[in-house]
Design a protein around this ligand. Structure first.
Ligand code: SF4
Length: 146
């Protein structure tokens, strides 16, 4: 079973109320069992919402509000959903295709917390949790390897 960021499937859960629909990811999901997540929505953040970026361990939105708790709660809740669904299906979580650069779903590179479009090395908080469990992660920018 694979974990997929909802915005890549066209769900309007992106901070600005839009999505990041990706045809390759949609095609992949037609033939692979998957669970769809949006950790920020799971954290009860509204849509639309002010954009947020990681500043080290904290996550702050562009209005200067600390939204770390909502992001962490949403990431934990999404992880639990994935684990429960996989267990119910009797499958393991084989990998994840997540949205690049997001403070929740980014992998390897994220925005640096200055709201200037500058990237830095790092992962989103949901991605970090998956990596700790040894789950392989790619973003929509990479060739799907499964
Ligand atoms: S990148 Fe992740 S948290 Fe952000 S909208 Fe997409 S699924 Fe939700």
């Amino acid at each position: 079973m694979y974990i997929i960021s909802g915005c890549l499937l066209g769900h309007d859960c992106k901070y600005n109320g839009g999505n990041n629909r990706n045809e390759e990811v949609i095609k992949f999901c037609e033939t692979h069992r998957h669970v769809v997540v949006c950790p920020e929505r799971a954290g009860k953040l509204p849509t639309p919402r002010p954009p947020a970026e990681r500043q080290g361990k904290r996550i702050v939105n562009i209005e200067g509000e600390d939204v770390t708790d909502a992001f962490m709660n949403g990431a934990r809740s999404s992880l639990n959903t994935c684990l429960q669904l996989a267990e119910y299906a009797g499958e393991k979580l084989e990998g994840a295709i997540l949205k690049a650069k997001s403070p929740s779903c980014g992998c390897g590179q994220i925005y640096d917390g200055t709201f200037t479009g500058t990237l830095t090395e790092g992962d989103g908080v949901f991605t970090e949790m998956l990596k700790k469990r040894g789950i392989q992660i790619i973003t929509e920018k990479e060739t799907i390897k499964w």
